[in-house]
Design a protein around this ligand. Structure first.
Ligand SMILES: Cc1cc2nc3c(=O)[nH]c(=O)nc-3n(C[C@H](O)[C@H](O)[C@H](O)COP(=O)(O)O)c2cc1C
Length: 311
């Protein structure tokens, strides 16, 4: 008498067989490591990516920016204004701007700030005339200090360590507070003592009235002054210059599947020889015979010739 396998055993055996066959068929896909070319390209892209830095000078170079817009913000308004200025600088004036959280950079480097660049400070005041959390270190590094440790060494106001620095400033505050816009006022006063040159008027925004109106009112004349200071052509509000950012990434040879590339090959006659109607398009252009060549004009060292296939 033949022994019978329990039905569940048969099912297990069959399932196991299917899994093994599947693994065998997909072995290349599952177990193969990424193609060396893809690995190389990934490594190259990684190497080309700018390295994170706390050095503002390096960051300006990496991003090819002319303007650094620092913000001191607690609830985001100053940060939002900084972003708007950057966008406007790029769109209206073609000025590449870097928006910078002030605590993300070592601000002792300000004595090395490039003279052909400009810094804009958008600073809110809190508490008893105190800076925002992200501006705390920078503010206390400068305010009320007889000697300041900059990257090039310790300096006093008499040394004018910031004489290279051109800056614009807008403060955010609220008039109902006793120390209205104290941070912007004090920073501006200290920068001047340290030899920096303010460009345009000090902007003072009052959240109790209309901060937005104050910002807009400051921004227009400030742009005029910033353009003048950076040697940029000023464009009136409303006339936007479109500026695109184009990044060219060169791929290694072999990165693209050559069989998918069309370089203007002539039409493959197979379709017509088999009785089909050839179709011509950008991939398979029609090889029109030149029947006539005519000179359209000739002046000095330039001329223009028309080649055609019709008389
Ligand atoms: C708790 C608190 C304290 C503030 N203290 C001051 C102050 O001392 N002086 C001042 O001018 N404004 C003061 N303000 C107003 C803020 O500076 C103002 O609302 C500003 O727009 C906030 O900017 P931010 O959103 O970028 O943080 C204070 C606001 C709050 C909420």
């Amino acid at each position: 008498m033949a022994t019978t396998f329990p039905a569940s055993m048969e099912l297990y055996a069959l399932t196991g067989l299917v899994v093994v066959c599947g693994l065998y068929l997909l072995r290349d896909f599952i177990f193969s490591s990424p193609k060396p070319q893809a690995k190389e390209t990934e490594a190259k892209l990684k190497a080309d990516r700018p390295k994170p830095t706390r050095n503002i000078i390096e960051k300006l170079q990496q991003t090819q920016s002319k303007i650094a817009i620092f913000y001191g913000s607690q609830t985001g308004t100053a940060e939002d204004y900084a972003t708007r200025i950057a966008k406007e600088g790029k769109q209206r004036f073609g000025l590449p701007c870097l928006v910078a959280d002030i605590e993300a950079y070592d601000m002792d480097k300000m004595d090395e700030f490039p003279p052909d660049c400009l810094a804009i400070f958008i600073m809110a005041t809190y508490g008893e005339g105190e800076p925002t959390d992200n501006a705390n270190d920078f503010y206390h590094m400068l305010i009320g200090q007889d000697e300041i440790n900059f990257s090039k060494g310790t300096a006093t106001p008499q040394d004018k360590p910031l004489s290279h620095l051109k800056y614009a400033m807008f403060g955010l505050g609220n008039r109902t507070y006793e120390h209205f816009n104290a941070v912007a006022y004090k920073l501006d006063e200290t920068f001047t003592k340290l030899g920096a040159q303010r460009v345009g008027e000090l902007g003072i925004g009052d959240d109790d009235a209309s901060l937005e109106d104050d910002f807009i009112g400051w921004k227009e004349p400030a742009w005029r002054a910033i353009c003048e200071a950076t040697g940029t052509a000023h464009v009136s509000a409303g006339k936007k210059t479109a500026v695109s950012n184009i990044i060219i990434v060169e791929q290694e040879a072999g990165f693209v599947d050559e069989s998918l590339l069309h370089l203007g090959e002539l039409h493959d006659k197979t379709a017509s020889s088999m009785g089909g109607k050839p179709t011509y398009d950008a991939k398979y252009p029609y090889n029109a015979p030149v029947k006539v060549t005519r000179e359209l004009f000739s002046s000095g060292d330039r001329n223009c010739i028309h080649d055609g296939n019709r008389y």
